[in-house]
Design a protein around this ligand. Structure first.
Ligand code: GAR
Length: 341
């Protein structure tokens, strides 16, 4: 499950749409809504949907971004969706979530973007400019307004009798389609590819013992210099591409650390098998051989009674060796798999 947060300042119809799209499934969860307006209608809507909503006054957004980041990290938020969020977003937040903050904008960016271009202002400007098409864009947030890489964009026709209100309604309809699509794309790009299980891991899992085989280094994996699981490599041209491998590298680094720093492992199944065979099979076998040797020495000494006794003992130890050998090799394997050893 990937937790996401929605930031919204107004009505929150996009926020509601994201909650309704994701929160009944088990892959993405809108776990938090943050707002910069105390009386924003989105607050009540989120409360009705059971989504935790917190209001931070504008000065906190500007002067104490760490408070916002702490709130997000405490709830394990991986992706942020700006759904009509009209407040200044500090560089600290943008950098901490680089490539993982999406903004929805009601025009075909880069057209009609930038400072002061939001909501009704955009639709008014589109109509005044005599455009025949408009649309909506979801883009990655960078430190430049409305300028990050486009994730999804869709057009709507602008008809001669359209008003800012009718255009807004049409644009909203496509926003409800493309915003969830862009969130899914971003989350998918962050999910590490499934690593096939090794034979050692499979055995360790079946026997309920930890596997102490260190992971094989992958030569073609990129060097990992990151210190958090957020920012991407600054040399990447597209932040989404960057997040595609960044969390994966972090996860693999944790796996390596775990594998190399765990306590010494208990002997594996194979080691125990050899020990049990030596104790139960080989040692009685050696005793049987000693008694066999005694048989001939007693015989040549003329001690027929001693030779008979040694012969009986040799037979008993051969049987013990055989029985224990059968037990260790037939019973031990299923018992150890069942977790009784
Ligand atoms: C949406 O149309 C969104 O594209 C726009 O605000 C509206 C919020 O509607 N965002 C911007 O203009 C950002 N520059 P909503 O509150 O009903 O989701």
């Amino acid at each position: 499950m990937t937790n996401i947060a929605v930031f919204a300042s107004g009505n929150g119809s996009n926020a509601v749409n994201l909650v309704k799209t994701f929160n009944s499934g088990n892959r993405i969860h809108v776990a938090l809504c943050l707002t910069d307006r105390e009386n924003a209608p989105v607050i009540e809507k989120m409360n009705e949907l059971g989504v935790e909503t917190i209001y931070f006054p504008r000065n906190v957004w500007k002067e104490d971004p760490q408070a916002i980041l702490d709130t997000l990290r405490q709830r394990d938020i991986k992706v942020i969706a700006l759904a009509g969020f009209l407040c200044f977003l500090s560089e600290d937040i943008v950098n901490a979530y680089e490539g993982r903050i999406l903004n929805i904008h009601p025009s075909l960016l880069p057209a009609f973007g930038g400072k002061g271009m939001h909501g009704a202002n955009v639709h008014k400007a589109v109509i005044e400019a005599g455009e025949t098409k408009s649309g909506a864009t979801v883009h990655v947030v960078t430190n430049e307004i409305d300028a990050g890489p486009i994730v999804v964009q869709r057009e709507v026709a602008v008809l001669p009798d359209d008003t800012p209100e009718s255009l807004e309604a049409k644009v909203h309809e496509v926003e409800y389609l493309i915003f969830p699509e862009a969130v899914m794309k971003t989350v998918a790009s962050m999910t590490p590819p499934a690593v096939p299980k090794s034979v050692d891991d499979a055995w360790a899992e079946a026997l309920g013992v930890p596997n102490n085989v260190p992971p094989v280094p992958q030569k073609d994996r990129q060097p990992d210099n990151s210190t958090t699981d957020g920012p991407h490599n600054p040399t990447d041209s597209h932040p989404l591409n960057a997040t595609a491998y960044q969390p994966y590298k972090t996860a693999s680094r944790q796996a390596n650390t775990a594998a190399t720093t765990t306590e010494p492992m208990p002997p594996t199944f194979l080691v125990w098998s050899v020990i049990m065979t030596i104790l139960c099979c080989t040692i009685p076998g050696i005793v049987a051989i000693i008694y066999s040797a005694k048989v001939s020495s007693r015989f040549y000494e003329g001690d027929m009674e001693g030779a008979r006794r040694a012969s009986r003992n040799a037979e008993i130890w051969i049987i013990i060796s055989f029985v224990l050998g059968v037990i260790t090799n037939t019973l031990y394997i299923p018992l150890s798999i069942a977790g009784l050893f």
